[in-house]
Design a protein around this ligand. Structure first.
Ligand SMILES: [Zn+2]
Ligand SMILES: [Zn+2]
Ligand SMILES: [Zn+2]
Ligand SMILES: [Zn+2]
Ligand SMILES: [Zn+2]
Ligand SMILES: [Zn+2]
Ligand SMILES: [Zn+2]
Length: 1738
């Protein structure tokens, strides 16, 4: 169809509709005809379908809307501003969202990444977390933020343009929009809620009803992916791939047509699906058959949903019209508005439809303040129904309409409006009650036995709504608001009274309970209510009148509650001449409940009355007579007693559920609305009652009354024990009631004081991390604990190291606040804190008395409590307790009891002292000290007397200090009372009491002396124990380091260095000696020592061979280092880009070869039988863990001793005169030629000529032998065997090939790993700025030496002919005369690898047919020298040629080196013709020196390892200049310190070589810059730079687009830290194949990027993943820390994170030192491998 035709028809159609009398009917007629045609096409969505929809349906509609071509109209619309004031971005699951702790009204206010980055909150205390999907960005919402509501993009500056937008919309357009939207939205709504599957409404019923049907499968939460795939494969005859695709679509869209056909065939498919699915999971899948026309209209309706979104985004005017149409009351009576119809149908709709509807609501009604209000009212109106639907819905909450509540209830003005207009509190609480009605018993109390946890969980979501409503309490109370709130409060009390006394427990006698009762439900209800309760109290307290009214209501409700009634009448109880008239109740015998929300709420409200001072007017509202505080306190007291009895193990038979409940009752998650409120209620009661009566009540309820009244004497041990425990608990309760005053209202403290005290007490247990502190503190409804504002006042921060986390330590000046009986300590915390504080006091030289802190004074209403301390009953109780200890009947008292009694006495004395200090002695009625001295004194049994006796009880030695301090306090109080100088008394506290004077001092001295002696003895014992331990645990480690200094190969001693100073040369005629030394090693397995010797049984070193790209210059290039790698010359020649090398590392532990073999076999056998062990150890790869340090290893290296050697310098001198470089080359050539003819017999004669040119005279085949030969070394069989083991592994791993010990590349791989390992070590040393020698870790040094010796000796186990051939091929690079067709050019080899290869293979040339020979020491010295000279020369040229852009010649002074450099440069320039000839010689010299340094450093390491000749001192120090360093290197390597000198020294040899080298085609190409050559020094690789601020990474990740898919499903962007590539991990879209297996993107990437080793940062999880092979990996903490020095895996806490460079550096080192594998193996050993992660799919 042509373009013109199309537009005409669209405009024509729209004109026709416009002109019709009923446009809507006309339009629907058109849809009736078109829609089925378009959507009939197929089940799969065709690209054609969308095109047709656009052209034939949407285009005419848009024409109708605009009255002209939509394109033109849109252009006009765009003239006016269409940007919105609100951001409104809807979050996808997993997207990172930000909240500001400083500015957000509540934590639900969030910003999207883009808005956050542009907002002021970036510098505030923000939080980040992953969205669970749904919800939108609150940027621009002025009610969501205290400050900075908009980012710079959504600044209201642009809003003015918006306001006028509506006016700008011309009336005609407005009118048409209204008509069209009304018509289409009704159509959409009708179709989405349509429930007939086979028929349509009369209006849409097609004229001819075809026989096409769809069989539609719905998504549910019961069936797994695999179930659905299975069912589909069996039911609709599709293959697995199709079934997978369809299942994915069903899951994503919520429904999908799996079959199209006649009614009959669809019916059959439906039955099959139901049958097959029921078969596997008892519940059939939901399948329906839809007539094609119904399906078509529903599909189009959904399409219209997104069309609406698009249209209303064009203009605010459209949006408003849309909202109006959606929310206008229906024309029909009692029909809800369109939007409500959609909401009410939500739970019946499938996922895809819901999403569209929700998004439409987001971008329409929720974006306009007024319409948001109307929508909120509609939402509240239908709230009950919506929640009921949600409970029965099987979808998650995030795709339920009920999740929208957070968008409206959290808006403060809206919340208030909804309370006033719709009493939303009442609605919500009523909904909860309605949904929990089934759980009410006959007493109208909840009983959750056998509850449905899923439904119950859904009910809990409703509590969030109640919390949202209460988030911001009103500042102004209107009469209306007060009334409606009170109304809601009453309903809420109704809910609480159903909880009051619910789930009573009764103590079990005799038998253990059979079934643990259900308790979680009740507690989760309580936890949900926790913040709501405190918020209600907050609201109530913000208005005095309301506070009275709510208190009154609460009181009324409590009086109505009838839980745990008394069963007996009141009677009289006597004690110390006091009578208590009360009804008896025994917790241990009658039912008791932990749930007392009404009692606790009343305590909370009472506290607020005290805090505001309104308490004095309470009598105006409630008759004081009706306030029986004893009754108020009754139930909380029972609950506290229950806790005490449980802890006294009286309820053991009631099982674990009760223990758990008691735990939560006092836990930080519940305690503020449970335990704390019970204590508060008891304090209220205590303040109102006569103290003696109160104490008698406590004794009665603790069932200790008779025990203390002397009328009970038990013999039963069990019972005595119980009494003791109860007494401890009872005394502890008294300590708490009297001493715990840190509650605003109880005393004059602020919230901050309270938090401070909590923090101090937590830190008195031990230094803690920030996150542990947060966990230990109660949070408020905004998840804030107030920690940050107080922590600097009470603690000092200790920074974290490279691992671990930052810790807070309590400040010393806060220690006097420490109360050992702090009521929020758990049992274990209590003992830990006591221990650590006593230890601390001892360390600081103080006594061990943990004095009670001086508490803040009670507020007037509570001041009566202190009377408890000096009442008769307490004195009586104290005396009883002390008396029992004095009588010392072991079963009748405990130390804990005495400790608590002492604490109480100390509290009393402190109180008395305070009172005396503030007023004169006569006025003070508090007379504890007097009573304590007087009562019972006639029999010497007053408290004071008893104390003195208790002091000397040996078993109470730990309390002596405390008792001493108490006795001092008695004296001080006495002084105060007698009005003697208080200062004298005061000083006594700190110094010693003088009255006891001399004796005391003497005793003290003696005690101190004894203590010191004891201390010494203890330390000695500790020391020797420690030493023993240390020796045992480190023995193996110590004895076995080859260079531990005790035994083994010593680092040259001082004298040695001085003596041989001139001999610090490793090669050539002046070569130093190889020291002869004994090396004795201890096997870590059998602990036996053995000397290392060539003929002895082998000792082996653990080792791990791995491929490595750490040094690569071409990261990510496909690595083809296969043995048969076509096109490359590897493994004989290493390419200069070091693409992939073979590294051999060791943990440095030594074993007998035989011991290792036994161990290895055992490991293989046990591992095979262990589940999942293959994840740690790959048996096929010969892996095992080092028996000592658990490092991952895959082979062993035999330890081969150095061959002691001393050069005869005279001989060397003589040989030197004959063996010049040209002669040496000649001799070699002759030898090679001869060997070749022996080996091949037929060789062309062309070589003869070539070789002839190398020297003036002909050399003899055997003349090489004349310069000195000797017998090769002989090794024991076991060493020989181990040489093969190691070489085979290196070959197998390095070339990724099967084991083949006969492969000709076995020796070359040994040389390669030697060279590469040295290069890696040189790299590490350079990176860490350490000297070349003397700074390696022992394990590195041991490994390096072993590898060099192994590579040198390996030759003996190979065919000499093969090695001779390798030597010839390698030499060809240097001597073009010998080169063959594929010999690489100067630019195609790494010369260090070449050097190692040549040096280690040349001895093979000495092999004679009948006798094994090798070069003598002198021969070797010259061989090494000349090889090094040649290689160095070639490398020099390589460096020179690959450098360009030298500065032009500088005028003036240039040294000899510069002249030589310039000269060489000119020569080369002439030869190659590609260089400028006019350059600065010094620049060239400098460049070459720098370029060659790594090569020289590696060579020095190599020759040192090979010969053992000690290096010059300069190389063990960093204090040497680079110039001095190079000179030292050259002298050690017998090179001229000016390397250009080589060209002059060997001019006649080198000049022709130079010519040949430069003429190579490859060289020409490079000089013409056709190929990029490697530059020297080579680039040193680093892990990529990471941003300082973690949110920058999150930002980067949010913009990440998966290269293979466009859907917006949750992705895991993962960053390769080696090369910086961002990958799409753990996602099917980016899976690929690797060696025939399906692997994830990261695994595939690691194979090319790191030769299997990978270091990845999972950005959304903030976690590093280390990968070693396809199936192996582990996590590692990311190097990002929050301000408190802690990492945050999974961003669980969401604090701002910053890069910790030290930690990142450590990771970098792990990588460079090839320790990633080791790290993985170690972490896998630790974690539970049962829940192994599928690393392959990463
Ligand atoms: Zn935003
Ligand atoms: Zn914004
Ligand atoms: Zn902020
Ligand atoms: Zn052994
Ligand atoms: Zn080890
Ligand atoms: Zn990478
Ligand atoms: Zn992907």
């Amino acid at each position: 169809m042509a373009e013109g035709e199309k537009s005409i028809s669209g405009l024509d159609l729209s004109k026709k509709w416009r002109e019709a009398t009923d446009s809507c009917a006309e339009l629907l007629r058109y849809l009736r005809e078109q829609v089925p045609q378009i959507y009939y096409l197929d089940t799969e969505s065709h690209p054609q379908e969308e095109e047709l929809v656009q052209r034939r349906l949407l285009y005419p509609l848009e024409c109708f809307l605009f009255g002209e071509d939509p394109q033109d109209a849109l252009e006009k619309l765009k003239q006016g501003s269409t940007s919105s004031q609100l951001c409104g971005r809807v979050f996808k699951e997993g997207e990172t969202v930000y909240s500001c702790r400083d500015c957000a009204i509540d934590p639900t206010c969030v910003l999207c990444m883009d808005c956050f980055q542009d907002s002021v909150h970036k510098g505030h205390r923000y939080k980040m977390h992953a969205s669970s999907g749904g919800g939108f960005c609150d940027c621009g919402d002025v009610e969501a933020w205290k400050i900075g509501p908009c980012c710079s993009k959504h600044d209201p500056g642009t809003a003015t343009a918006m306001e006028t937008d509506e006016c700008a919309m011309e009336p005609g357009l407005c009118d048409r929009a209204e008509k069209l939207f009304r018509c289409l939205l009704r159509y959409t709504t009708d179709m989405l809620v349509w429930e007939e599957s086979l028929e349509l409404s009369a209006q849409l019923q097609p004229s001819v009803k075809g026989d096409t049907y769809f069989c539609v499968l719905y998504n549910d939460e019961h069936h797994s992916y695999d179930h659905v795939i299975y069912t589909l494969q069996r039911s609709v005859k599709c293959n697995r791939t199709d079934a997978q695709t369809q299942t994915t679509l069903i899951d994503k869209e919520g429904r999908w047509a799996v079959k199209k056909g006649s009614l009959l065939s669809c019916q059959q498919a439906k039955d099959l699906i139901r049958f097959n699915s029921e078969h596997i999971s008892l519940q059939p899948l939901r399948v329906e058959i839809l007539h094609a026309a119904v399906m078509a209209h529903q599909s189009f309706a959904l399409r219209l949903g997104s069309w609406f979104q698009q249209i209303i985004s064009y203009s605010v005017g459209f949006r408003q019209v849309f909202c109006q149409v959606a929310l206008e009351p229906s024309a029909e009576e009692d029909h809800p508005c369109l939007i409500s119809r959609l909401m009410l149908h939500d739970a019946k709709m499938y996922k895809g439809a819901r999403k569209v509807v929700h998004e439409l609501i987001f971008c329409s009604a929720l974006m306009e303040t007024e319409f948001k209000r109307l929508f909120a009212i509609e939402f509240t109106k239908h709230y009950l129904q919506l929640q009921k639907d949600f409970i029965n819905d099987d979808h998650e909450r995030s795709i339920s309409i009920t999740a929208l509540s957070v968008q409206i209830f959290t808006v403060p003005t809206l919340a208030r409006h909804l309370i006033e207009a719709g009493n939303v509190i009442k609605v919500i609480v009523f909904t909860v009650m309605e949904l929990l009605r089934d759980y009410l018993d006959t007493n109208n109390r909840f009983h959750f036995q056998g509850y449905n946890s899923d439904k119950f969980f859904r009910v809990q979501a409703i509590f969030h709504d109640l919390r949202y409503i209460l988030i911001s309490k009103p500042t102004v109370w209107t009469e209306e608001l007060r009334k409606e709130f009170l109304e809601g409060f009453k309903v809420f009390l109704g809910l609480l009274s159903s909880m009051q006394g619910m789930e009573e427990v009764k103590r079990q006698f005799g038998q253990h309970i059979e079934l643990e009762p259900e308790w979680e439900a009740g507690f989760s209800l309580q936890m949900q209510l926790r913040h709501i309760l405190s918020m209600f109290q907050d609201w109530c307290s913000s208005d005095d009148k309301l506070l009275f009214l709510t208190f009154k209501e609460c009181h009324k409700t409590l009086m109505r509650c009838s839980n745990q009634p008394f069963h007996s009448e009141a009677s009289d109880f006597y004690m110390c001449k006091h009578i208590l008239h009360i009804r008896p109740y025994k917790v241990s015998q009658e039912p008791v409940s932990i749930h007392l929300p009404i009692s606790r709420l009343i305590a909370g409200l009472y506290l607020h009355l005290c805090r505001t001072g309104a308490i004095q007017h309470l009598h105006k509202y409630i008759d004081p007579e009706s306030c029986d505080y004893t009754l108020f306190g009754e139930h909380p007291l029972r609950c506290v007693v229950l806790a005490a009895q449980v802890s006294a193990e009286m309820w053991r038979r009631n099982g674990l559920s009760l223990v758990s409940q008691m735990y939560y009752y006092q836990d930080v998650k519940c305690r503020d609305e449970m335990y704390d409120k019970d204590i508060l209620m008891l304090q209220i009661t205590a303040s109102k009652m006569d103290p003696n009566h109160f104490l008698m009540l406590i004794l009665l309820r603790f069932e200790l009354f008779d025990v203390f009244n002397g009328s009970s004497s038990g013999k039963d041990q069990e019972l005595l024990k119980q009494w003791n425990r109860l007494t401890e608990e009872m005394l502890y309760l008294l300590i708490v009631i009297i001493g715990e005053r840190y509650v605003p209202g109880v005393s004059h403290v602020t919230k901050e004081d309270v938090t401070m005290r909590e923090v101090i007490h937590l830190l008195c247990i031990e230094p803690m991390a920030h996150s542990s502190l947060i966990k230990g503190l109660p949070d408020n409804e905004s998840h804030e604990t107030g920690l940050e504002s107080v922590i600097p006042k009470v603690a000092t921060f200790r920074k974290p190291g490279v691992s671990g986390h930052g810790l807070y330590e309590v400040k010393k000046e806060c220690l006097p606040e420490f109360n050992p009986f702090f009521y929020h300590y758990s049992k274990s915390q209590y003992s830990k804190a006591e221990d650590s504080q006593k230890k601390r006091r001892t360390q600081e030289g103080n006594d061990k008395a943990l004095r009670p802190p001086v508490p803040p004074a009670f507020c007037p209403t509570f001041s009566g409590i202190v009377r408890l301390l000096c009442c008769d009953v307490l004195i009586h109780v104290l005396r009883r307790v002390l008396q029992r200890a004095v009588e010392d009947r072991a079963t009748q008292w405990t130390e804990a009891m005495i400790q608590r009694a002492l604490h109480l006495i100390a509290q009393a004395l402190l109180e008395e002292k305070c009172q005396l200090e503030t007023s004169t002695g006569d006025e003070v009625l508090f007379d504890f000290s007097l009573k304590a001295r007087k009562i019972g004194s006639e029999h010497g049994k007053s408290v004071f007397h008893l104390l003195a006796k208790v002091k000397v009880i040996p078993s109470l030695e730990a309390q002596t200090d405390m008792i001493k301090w108490i006795l001092q306090m008695f004296e001080m109080v006495k002084c105060l009372r007698e009005n003697s100088s208080p200062t004298a008394a005061l000083s006594m506290e700190t110094t010693k009491p003088e009255e006891i004077g001399h004796d005391k001092e003497k005793a003290e001295r003696k005690r101190k002396a004894e203590a010191a002696k004891l201390h010494r003895q203890k330390i000695m014992a500790q020391m020797s124990a420690m030493q023993r331990n240390f020796i045992e645990s480190n023995k193996m480690l110590y004895d076995n380091m080859p260079d531990s200094g005790i035994q083994g190969e010593p680092i040259p001693t001082e004298s040695c260095v001085v003596e041989q100073k001139e001999l610090c040369v490793a090669l050539g005629p002046h070569r130093g000696s190889t020291p002869a030394e004994r090396e004795v090693l201890t096997c870590i397995l059998c602990q036996e020592e053995q000397e290392v010797a060539a003929q002895s049984p082998a000792m082996v070193l653990t080792a791990c061979v791995q491929r490595s790209t750490v040094l690569t210059q071409c990261r990510g290039r496909i690595l083809t280092n296969k043995a048969d790698g076509t096109g490359t010359t590897y493994p004989l020649f290493m390419s200069p880009d070091l693409a992939v090398g073979t590294h051999t590392g060791s943990c440095g532990h030594v074993m007998h070869a035989t011991c290792w073999q036994k161990y290895f076999e055992a490991v293989q056998n046990t591992t095979r039988n262990r589940i999942h062990a293959e994840l740690i150890i790959d048996l096929e790869n010969g892996e095992y863990l080092c028996p000592l340090c658990k490092s991952l290893c895959n082979t062993v290296v035999p330890v081969i001793p150095l061959e002691p050697l001393k050069l005869n310098y005279e001989n060397a001198e003589i040989v030197g005169q004959h063996l010049t470089l040209p002669r040496w080359i000649q001799i070699l050539s002759a030898r090679i030629k001869g060997l070749k003819s022996i080996n091949e017999d037929t060789e062309s004669s062309s070589h003869d000529e070539d070789m002839g040119r190398c020297g003036e005279g002909q050399a003899d085949f055997r003349s090489i032998l004349s310069f000195g030969v000797q017998e090769p070394r002989k090794f024991s069989d076991s060493i020989a065997e181990m040489l093969v083991v190691c070489a085979t592994t290196v070959h197998r791993v390095g070339l990724q090939t099967g084991p083949n010990e006969l492969c000709p590349y076995v020796p070359t791989m040994a040389w390669n790993t030697c060279a590469f390992t040295i290069q890696a070590i040189e790299n590490v040393l350079q990176e860490e700025d350490k000297p070349l020698f003397g700074s390696l870790q022992n394990r590195q040094l041991a490994g390096l030496k072993a590898v060099i010796q192994f590579s040198g000796a390996q030759r003996l186990k190979s065919s000499q002919a093969v090695i001779q051939q390798h030597f010839t091929d390698m030499l060809g690079v240097l001597l073009p005369a010998m080169s063959r067709e594929n010999t690489p050019s100067l630019f195609e080899v790494d010369f260090f690898h070449l050097l190692v290869g040549l040096v280690l293979s040349i001895p093979a040339l000495y092999q004679e047919e009948a006798v094994d020979l090798q070069p003598s020491a002198v021969s070797s010295a010259y061989n090494h020298l000349y090889i090094l000279h040649l290689v160095t020369t070639a490398h020099l040229l390589q460096v020179l040629l690959s450098s360009s852009d030298f500065p032009a010649v500088a005028a003036g002074e240039e040294g000899e080196e510069a002249r030589a450099a310039a000269e060489l440069y000119v020569t080369v320039a002439q030869q190659s013709g590609g260089l400028n000839s006019d350059v600065s010689g010094s620049a060239v010299a400098e460049r070459v020196r720098r370029g060659m340094a790594p090569f020289l450093r590696c060579s020095a390491l190599f020759f040192n390892g090979l010969t053992g000749v000690p290096p010059p001192e300069e190389l063990s120090s960093t204090a040497v200049t680079s110039q001095g360093h190079v000179e030292a290197l050259c002298s050690y390597l017998a090179l001229p310190s000016n390397v250009f000198q080589l060209f002059q020294d060997h001019r006649e040899t080198v000049t022709p070589l130079l010519h040949r080298w430069c003429k190579s085609p490859a060289v020409t190409k490079i000089l013409k810059s056709e190929i990029q050559a490697i530059r020297y020094p080579r680039r040193r690789n680093h892990l990529i730079d990471l941003p300082e601020d973690y949110s920058a990474l999150l930002n980067q990740a949010s913009h990440f687009q998966c290269p293979n898919s466009t859907d917006d499903d949750r992705k895991h962007p993962t960053l390769c830290l080696v090369c910086g590539t961002m990958l799409c991990s753990q996602s099917s879209c980016c899976q690929t194949q690797l060696e025939g297996d399906d692997v994830g993107a990261c695994t595939a990437h690691a194979a090319t990027c790191g030769a299997g080793v990978g270091i990845f940062l999972r950005i959304r999880e903030c976690e590093i993943v280390l990968k070693a092979s396809k199936t192996r990996g582990s996590t590692y903490p990311a190097p990002y820390l929050d301000d408190y020095g802690e990492t945050d895996p999974q961003l669980g806490r969401g604090n701002p994170l910053h890069l910790c460079p030290e930690r990142y550096r450590k990771l970098h080192q792990l990588w460079q030192q090839h320790c990633i594998l080791e790290e993985i193996a170690r972490s896998l050993e630790v974690v539970n491998v049962m829940f192994a992660f599928e690393w392959q799919m990463l």
